[in-house]
Design a protein around this ligand. Structure first.
Ligand code: PYC
Length: 331
């Protein structure tokens, strides 16, 4: 059997977004939480084939569009990437909106605005378009909060580290510079990747992070390492680890949301202040705390994230059962 998928590829501030525009399966479910689970149960081979080598790579991520479940909304999105289907993806949202508007895949109810259903909740988007090109996309993300402070974890090479855990659509362990870690500018990406896998396993073995209002969102999936900025005008810089081998090339939307929640909870960032976040490669998102709120008993924020994406091309991809690597591989 040979299946054909039409994809439109883009990158958001350097990180890939592959929007699957043709070949998307019908998913049962009355919301994106149920549809995400149905996809994982029945169609995960599509994700693996389109995200992993030889058709994708360690950083590959993408999305699929569905009709909204609430007629007040414009569209529903499933995020796919090498690690699975994230509840929410910020760089994925910016890339998906850019592709969908430039290519006419969504007709917004209100020009310049979109209400997007994601498994993590409703995301409000505004975008700026000049001619055909979408110049920037700003998303008002789901409520984000600091879930734990100063968790001690031993990293074989570095020694004992103290990390905070924050939620911004996914759970992040945030590793700030400290006695045993001098900041991302002093390490190679491969070292951060190796340590991230070890730390993630150890924290997940010792702690159960579960979203108090959305129990299907559970477990630490990402690490966010921090350090000195490249540009003195930026507020902060990060290296976000995801999947098994990826360092985000964008500043990471859910990671930026989690870090803003951490800073806000520690009194370092106030409502209305801008937070210019640099990625490992120096690309930038502009964040802002737009509202203070609560998630369960946790003080929380509603963050906004603004960034840009470029569409890079059309891609027709075959998944052919005769190919021994039809479902991809990782080395
Ligand atoms: O931008 O939220 C994000 C993201 C998650 C994983 C990679 N990028």
């Amino acid at each position: 059997m040979k299946k054909t998928f039409s994809c439109i590829d883009a990158h958001t501030c350097g990180n890939p977004v592959r929007l699957v525009s043709g070949g998307v399966p019908f998913l049962e479910g009355s919301n994106m939480v149920e549809k995400r689970q149905f996809f994982l149960d029945h169609y995960d081979w599509i994700r693996k084939g389109l995200m992993f080598e030889p058709r994708g790579h360690d950083m590959m991520s993408g999305s699929m569009l569905f009709p909204p479940h609430d007629p007040a909304n414009d569209v529903a999105v499933l995020f796919i990437e090498t690690s699975g289907c994230l509840p929410m993806c910020g760089h994925g949202t910016i890339g998906t909106v850019t592709i969908a508007i430039e290519e006419g895949l969504i007709l917004p109810k209100t020009p310049g605005k979109l209400r997007i259903e994601t498994p993590a909740g409703l995301v409000h988007v505004t975008y700026v378009q000049e001619g055909k090109k979408v110049k920037s996309v700003k998303l008002v993300n789901i409520a984000s909060y600091l879930a734990a402070r100063d968790i001690e974890v031993e990293c074989g090479d570095l020694g004992i580290l103290k990390v905070d855990v924050a939620y911004g659509g996914n759970f992040y362990a945030i590793v700030d510079p400290q006695e045993n870690f001098s900041g991302i500018e002093n390490y190679r990406a491969e070292q951060l990747i190796t340590w991230s896998r070890e730390i993630r396993n150890k924290i997940n073995a010792a702690h159960a992070f579960i979203h108090p209002e959305k129990p299907s969102i559970r477990g630490l999936s990402h690490l966010l390492w921090t350090g000195k900025t490249i540009d003195s005008n930026s507020t902060a810089r990060n290296a976000v680890f995801y999947g098994d081998k990826a360092i985000d090339r964008s500043p990471c939307g859910t990671g930026t949301s989690a870090r803003m929640a951490q800073w806000h909870a520690k009194g370092l960032l106030k409502k209305g202040e801008l937070f210019i976040h640099e990625s490992f490669i120096g690309s930038k998102f502009t964040g802002e705390v737009v509202e203070e709120t609560k998630v369960g008993d946790f003080p929380a924020i509603i963050p906004s994230i603004e960034g840009w994406a470029m569409v890079t091309g059309y891609n027709t991809i075959f998944l052919d059962d005769e190919d021994p690597y039809v479902h991809g591989f990782q080395v």
